[in-house]
Design a protein around this ligand. Structure first.
Ligand code: DC
Length: 209
């Protein structure tokens, strides 16, 4: 069983993906962390973020160390990830790794922007998770404050909106729901309620098979 979960930044898709993977006992891949790792490699090397050759080379040379870096979650890394993820060479370099992860015996949960549309078009279940920009900014601000970092909600919201636009407007694998994705708006749902709603979708798809 492959569960594909897509959606914009801070929609709650990562938490849902982890919870569903634990519930069904299958491995989980946060595909955004791959793009973040490419971005962090470039930042650490002091490379120009628009250098698509360097970005593609970094995508082909990802190490466990960089994939485990706590700096993957930094705002600066996320911003840079949004830039490198628009590069076709970077996306092509990361495609097979993601597909191989999805093909594991027993299945997998993958979350990102293009899992249901490009990586796993034949996924068993596709969820597209959204929430309003205001709610997502508030969640992100709470997350940063919990880590002891300062957070200005208005700035975060502007960043989120800019990243949404960049992710949705890019030519390759833009952020959009697959035609057969189930939409889940988590604006008014807490984690538990969102998990129950997502699980209900998965169960209904399994039952109909
Ligand atoms: O979900 P995230 O914030 O960790 O993603 C970081 C960036 O990577 C985001 O700007 C979109 C991009 N991304 C992508 O293009 N395709 C994916 N499958 C996952 C993330």
């Amino acid at each position: 069983m492959i569960i594909a979960i897509d959606g914009p930044a801070s929609s709650g898709k990562g938490t849902l993906a982890r919870r569903l993977a634990a519930h069904y006992g299958v491995p989980h891949l946060d595909t955004g962390s791959l793009y973040r790792a490419v971005a962090l490699s470039l930042l650490d090397a002091g490379a120009y973020l628009g250098d698509s050759g360097a970005a593609e080379a970094a995508a082909r040379a990802l190490t466990d160390d960089i994939l485990a870096s706590p700096r993957l979650r930094d705002e600066r890394t996320g911003e840079a990830a949004s830039i490198v993820s628009a590069m076709p060479g970077v996306r092509a370099a990361l495609l097979e790794y993601q597909r191989a992860f999805a093909r594991q015996t027993g299945g997998a949960v993958l979350d990102g922007r293009d899992v249901g549309t490009v990586i796993c078009p034949h996924a068993t279940v596709k969820l597209f998770v959204t929430a309003s920009a205001g709610v997502r900014a508030a969640r992100r601000a709470a997350e940063l404050r919990a880590r002891g970092e300062p957070a200005d909600e208005a700035i975060i919201r502007a960043d989120i909106e800019q990243r949404d636009r960049r992710d949705a407007e890019r030519a390759v694998a833009p952020l959009k729901p697959a035609a057969d994705a189930h939409l889940l708006d988590t604006s008014n749902l807490d984690i538990e309620a969102a998990f129950e709603a997502a699980k209900a979708v998965v169960e209904s798809v399994i039952a109909a098979r």
